[in-house]
Design a binder for this molecule. Structure first.
Ligand code: FAD
Length: 399
């Protein structure tokens, strides 16, 4: 059997359409304006939805486009490469709701996914708590306690994307604090915005201002068994479902990272061809040329890793035996991707120098790229995951 690295005609067409759309809509000026205003780009979000760019891999029955994970990432990549933080803020408009698409009941999907895919509403995925985001293996402070036919939810989640705009919060809560291991007593709930939910926006943030980040407090919020993601049979299975979802998001962050890295590198390359110093174009200084060569090579590696990871994440859904490999690759993609994104922006800033530091796209991308190293598990957490799989649990149990 041959190994084929070529995209299909259909995939190339999808990429081209996405690129043309992004070049028209995501101008540098628009991106800078949203960043400065610190507002979620609702109008562009709806335009993207109209183009079919929201919930791309969701079933068409629920408003999606029935794309494969690989195809949806290829399209997202084209959108993000033009103005990474703006496109990422838009694509994160449905953050958390992939969990509904993956594991939800028909009623949960029918209630939420079509409205999200139309760009009418946004969603949040609530995992991190003020006491520590990396450690989901502890007993969570957000508790769901049974009271008759209701679950009563109390607790605080922090750094929540779309916390101030979301209509629905997919939330991990502790349902059995006495479980033999805490993560075996966690459940995912679909919580509609209503009384008892309060969100406080973080106003001082390093970057990614077009994507609202907030602390979300749940006070005596009442939900029912049917609000457990996938129904009552998924009681206390939330941690495991979150892991599969996080796999997908880590892979997506790899694509975001490749997009921002490539955008920054292209800026640096064009500048190298124009800017003169000491009587020659700065690209003629070998020290700079070599740094560009090294970065271009790493970005190529990253793009290959992203594609393989997306392919495997999808395949592992049908073949559970591949899950371990898919988790490993998604963590590698996330760690290596985010690191490459930060370093590519750093290189572009070095090359653009003063013009990179003030009022440039690159300075905005640099601040955004740093977030890619933190969200969905820091680099240390990714390395822990990879080490556990490569070296085995016994050797790494003290991590
Ligand atoms: C802009 C933004 C948006 C976000 N959006 C969301 C969202 O929508 N939903 C959500 O749930 N969360 C969200 N997060 C939270 C994000 O996922 C967490 O910040 C991240 O998981 C790290 O958690 P923490 O900040 O509590 O750091 P901590 O867990 O307190 O970690 C602090 C430091 O200790 C290190 N560390 C911790 N444990 C270990 C270990 N075992 N081994 C080695 N080092 C370790 C970490 O790597 C880090 O360097 C967002 C964060 C940001 C900044």
């Amino acid at each position: 059997m041959t190994l084929n690295f070529e995209l299909t005609e259909e995939q190339r067409l999808m990429q081209q359409t996405a690129r043309e759309f992004a070049l028209k809509e995501f101008t540098s000026q628009v991106a800078a304006e949203y960043e400065e205003k610190g507002e979620f780009p609702w109008e562009l979000y709806r335009k993207c939805a109209k183009q079919g760019y929201i919930g791309m891999w969701w079933p068409s029955e629920y408003g999606g486009q029935d794309l494969s994970i690989v195809d949806s990432m290829l399209v997202a990549y084209e959108l993000m490469k033009v103005q990474p933080c703006l496109a990422a803020a838009i694509l994160a408009g449905t953050f958390g709701s992939d969990i509904i698409a993956l594991f939800g009941t028909h009623d949960q999907k029918a209630k939420w996914l079509p409205r999200l895919a139309k760009g009418e509403i946004t969603s949040s995925g609530c995992f991190t708590e003020p006491a520590g985001g990396s450690d989901l293996l502890r007993v969570l402070n957000t508790r769901a306690v049974k009271d008759g036919e209701y679950w009563v939810i109390n607790g605080t989640k922090t750094f929540i994307t779309n916390g101030t705009t979301a209509s629905v919060f997919i939330t991990l809560a502790q349902t059995d604090p006495k479980a033999e291991r805490p993560h075996k007593g966690q459940t995912l709930f679909v919580i509609e915005r209503g009384p008892g939910i309060q969100a406080n926006l973080f106003r001082r943030k390093m970057g990614w201002h077009a994507s609202p980040t907030a602390e979300v407090r749940f006070t005596n919020v009442r939900v029912r068994d049917e609000d457990i993601v996938g129904g009552i049979s998924n009681l206390n299975r939330g941690f495991y479902m979150s892991l599969q979802y996080i796999d997908l998001v880590r892979c997506a962050i790899g694509f975001q990272s490749a997009a921002v890295a490539e955008a920054a590198l292209e800026c640096a390359i064009s500048y190298c061809k124009e800017r003169e110093a000491f009587g020659r174009k700065i690209g003629g200084f070998q020290a700079l040329a070599f740094r560009i060569v090294e970065m271009a090579t790493r970005i190529e590696l990253l793009k290959s890793l992203c594609l393989r990871s997306a392919w495997l994440v999808e395949k592992a859904r049908k073949e559970p035996a591949l899950l371990k490999e898919s988790i490993k690759l998604a963590s590698m993609t996330k760690w290596y991707g985010a690191k490459t994104a930060v370093e590519a922006c750093d290189l572009a800033l070095d090359i653009l120098a003063g013009y990179g530091y003030v009022e440039s796209d690159v300075e905005r991308w640099y601040r955004f790229a740093k977030m890619l190293e933190i969200g969905e598990g820091t680099k240390e957490i990714q390395k822990n995951t990879i080490a556990r799989i490569i070296l085995g649990r016994e050797l790494t149990r003290t991590f």
